[in-house]
Design a protein around this ligand. Structure first.
Ligand SMILES: Cc1cc2nc3c(=O)[nH]c(=O)nc-3n(C[C@H](O)[C@H](O)[C@H](O)COP(=O)(O)OP(=O)(O)OC[C@H]3O[C@@H](n4cnc5c(N)ncnc54)[C@H](O)[C@@H]3O)c2cc1C
Ligand SMILES: Cc1cc2nc3c(=O)[nH]c(=O)nc-3n(C[C@H](O)[C@H](O)[C@H](O)COP(=O)(O)O)c2cc1C
Length: 456
C-alpha cells in the first residue's frame, strides 16, 4: 500500500507538473500554431496563381521597361510569382482580379502616356472601374524640364485612387533616371517582399566607341547644320542591334543626363551611323552633346555610348508588311535604318514621305534614296520641301493629298512608322492620318503595333 500510496502521490505530483507545464505552454503553443497556420496560408497564397503580382510598364524608350524587368527579378528572388506585362495588355478583368499591381510608367509629349499605353488610357482610364481589392504602387518616370512632370504617372495614380484602389506606398517620382529615387523604389520593394538581399540595380554601362567619320549633309543651308557620324567600338567587337533602336551618348565631362540618337544603320554596315543636328541655344551657345559631337570632338575621339533597344519602333512583327515611313529633319535617321533592313531582306514595298526645308541643301542621303528607287527598295517617294515655294508645305499636307493611296496601302496591311519632330510634324501627321483613316482605325493600328513612333 505504501508502495501504492507513494506511487499515487508521485503520479499526482507528476500529473500536476505536466498540467502546470501545459498551462504555461498553452499560450506559447497557441501563438506557435497561429504562426504556423499564417506561414502556411502565406505560402499557399503565394503559390496560387491569383496572388501573382502584376508588374505593368508603359515605356517609350525602354527606361521604365528595364526597371520593370528589374522589379520582377527582385520579387522572383523573394519567391513571389510575377506577371510582367505592358500596360495595354491589361484588361478590366485583370485589374479587378489582381490584388497587387506595380505600375512603372514614363511620360511623353506634354504630360501624355507613352504610345504603347494609349490603348489602356482610351479603354480604361476614360471610364470607371471598381477596384477596392487592388493594392498598387506607382513608379513615375519623367523629366522636370517638362511642365507636366511625371504627368502620366500622376494621372494613373489619381485614377486608381478614384476607383477605390489602395496604394501600398506613396508614388515614387524619378527625375531623369535619378539614382536616389530608384533606390527608394527598390527599398520599398524589399520591404514589401520581406527581403533585404535585393540585387543592386545599375543601368547598362557605357562602352567606348571611336568617332570614325563626320560629314555635314547640308552645307550652305539656312537650316541648322546636320551631320552624318560613324562610330566604331574601341574594343573592335560590334554588338547586335536592330533597325529602329537608339543609342545613348554620355555628355563629355558633364554629369547631365545622356542624350538619345536614332541609329541610321544596321549591323552589316559595320558601324553605328547617326544623324545629329547641331542645337543652338538662344544665347548662341551650342547644345552640350550635339555641339560636342559635331564641333569640338575630333575624328578618332572616344565617345561613351550604349545601345538601347527601342522595341516600340522596331520592325518586329511587321517584317512581311508594306511600310509607310514618314518623317522630317534628323528623323531620316531612324527611317534610313529601316530602309537598309528592308533592302537587306529584299522587301520592296516601302513608301517614304519626308519633309525638310530646301531641296538644294537639305535632301539628305539623296544618292542613296535614288539608288533605292532604281533598285525597287522604294516603291513610292514623296519629298516635301517646305520653303521651295511661296507657301509653306509640310509632310502632313502631302499625306492629306495622298489619302486614297494611304487607305489603299493600309488596306493591304501596311504598317506606319513616324520619326522626327514631336512639335509640328508628329501632331500634324497624326491628325492627317486620323482624317484619312478615322481615329478609331488609327487607334487600332497603334494597339496592334502597326503605327509606331520615334518622335522627340
Ligand atoms: C528618342 C529620341 C531620339 C532622338 N534622335 C535624335 C536624332 O536622331 N538626331 C538628333 O539630332 N537628335 C535626336 N534627338 C535629340 C537629342 O537627344 C538631343 O536632345 C539633341 O541633340 C540636343 O541635345 P544637346 O545636348 O545638344 O542640347 P542641350 O544642351 O540638351 O539643349 C537642348 C534643349 O534642352 C534644354 N535643356 C538642356 N539641358 C537642360 C536641363 N538640364 N534642364 C532643362 N532644360 C534643358 C535646353 O534649353 C535646350 O532647349 C533624339 C531625342 C530622343 C528623345
Ligand atoms: C519627346 C519627349 C517628351 C517628354 N515629355 C515629358 C513630359 O511631359 N513630362 C515628363 O515628366 N517627362 C517627359 N519626358 C521624359 C521621359 O518621361 C523620361 O525621359 C523617361 O525616363 C523616359 O522613360 P522611357 O524610356 O521608359 O520611356 C519626355 C521625353 C521625351 C523624349
Amino acid at each position: 500500500m505504501i508502495w501504492t500510496n507513494d506511487t499515487t502521490r508521485l503520479l499526482m505530483v507528476a500529473g500536476s507538473s505536466v498540467a502546470y507545464a501545459l498551462v504555461c505552454l498553452a499560450p506559447y503553443l497557441r501563438t506557435r500554431r497561429k504562426r504556423l497556420v499564417a506561414a502556411r496560408a502565406k505560402a499557399e497564397a503565394a503559390a496560387t496563381p491569383d496572388t501573382v503580382w502584376i508588374i505593368a510598364y508603359a515605356s517609350q524608350t525602354g527606361n521604365a521597361e528595364e526597371l520593370a524587368q528589374q522589379t520582377a527579378a527582385t520579387l522572383k528572388l523573394a519567391g513571389i510569382p510575377t506577371r510582367l506585362a505592358e500596360l495595354s495588355e491589361l484588361s478590366a478583368v485583370d485589374l479587378q482580379q489582381a490584388e497587387r499591381v506595380l505600375f512603372l510608367v514614363s511620360t511623353y509629349g506634354e504630360g501624355d502616356a507613352p504610345d504603347g499605353a494609349a490603348a489602356f488610357v482610351g479603354r480604361l482610364m476614360t471610364g470607371s472601374l471598381a477596384l477596392p481589392q487592388l493594392h498598387y504602387a506607382v513608379l513615375a518616370l519623367g523629366d522636370s524640364a517638362y511642365t507636366q512632370f511625371c504627368g502620366f504617372g500622376r494621372a494613373l495614380d489619381q485614377w486608381l485612387q478614384a476607383q477605390g484602389a489602395q496604394s501600398l506606398f506613396p508614388r515614387v517620382e524619378v527625375n531623369r533616371s535619378s539614382d536616389a529615387a530608384i533606390a527608394q523604389w527598390r527599398q520599398q520593394l524589399s520591404h514589401l517582399a520581406g527581403t533585404s538581399d535585393a540585387p543592386d540595380w545599375s543601368a547598362p554601362a557605357f562602352d567606348e566607341w571611336r568617332l570614325s567619320e563626320r560629314v555635314q549633309l547640308n552645307p550652305g543651308s539656312p537650316a541648322a547644320p546636320v551631320y552624318h557620324l560613324e562610330l566604331e567600338p574601341v574594343g573592335g567587337v560590334l554588338p547586335e542591334w536592330r533597325s529602329g533602336d537608339l543609342v545613348q551618348i554620355a555628355a563629355p565631362a558633364d554629369p547631365a543626363r545622356p542624350r538619345e540618337y536614332s541609329i541610321a544603320s544596321i549591323p552589316t554596315d559595320g558601324r553605328v551611323h547617326l544623324l545629329v543636328r547641331l542645337h543652338t541655344h538662344e544665347d548662341g551657345s551650342h547644345g552640350v552633346v550635339s555641339g560636342w559631337l559635331t564641333q569640338s570632338a575630333g575624328l578618332g575621339q572616344t565617345v561613351r555610348l550604349r545601345l538601347r533597344q527601342h522595341k516600340r519602333f522596331r520592325l518586329d512583327g511587321n517584317e512581311q508588311r508594306p511600310l509607310i515611313l514618314i518623317g522630317n529633319g534628323s528623323g531620316i535617321a531612324g527611317l534610313r535604318g529601316h530602309l537598309k533592313a528592308r533592302a537587306l531582306a529584299g522587301q520592296g514595298r516601302n513608301w517614304l514621305l519626308f519633309g525638310e526645308r530646301n531641296a538644294a541643301y537639305d535632301y539628305h542621303y539623296r544618292a542613296e534614296l535614288d539608288c533605292w528607287q532604281r533598285d525597287g527598295v522604294l516603291e513610292k517617294l514623296d519629298m516635301v520641301f517646305s520653303r521651295d515655294q511661296a507657301e509653306r508645305r509640310y509632310v502632313q499636307d502631302r499625306l492629306a493629298e495622298q489619302a486614297d493611296g494611304l487607305r489603299e496601302w493600309v488596306a493591304q496591311g501596311a504598317a506606319i512608322y513616324i520619326c522626327g519632330s514631336l512639335e509640328g510634324m508628329a501632331a500634324g501627321v497624326d491628325a492627317a492620318l486620323a482624317a484619312a483613316l478615322g481615329r478609331a482605325s488609327l487607334d487600332d493600328l497603334a494597339a496592334s503595333g502597326r503605327y509606331r513612333r520615334d518622335v522627340y
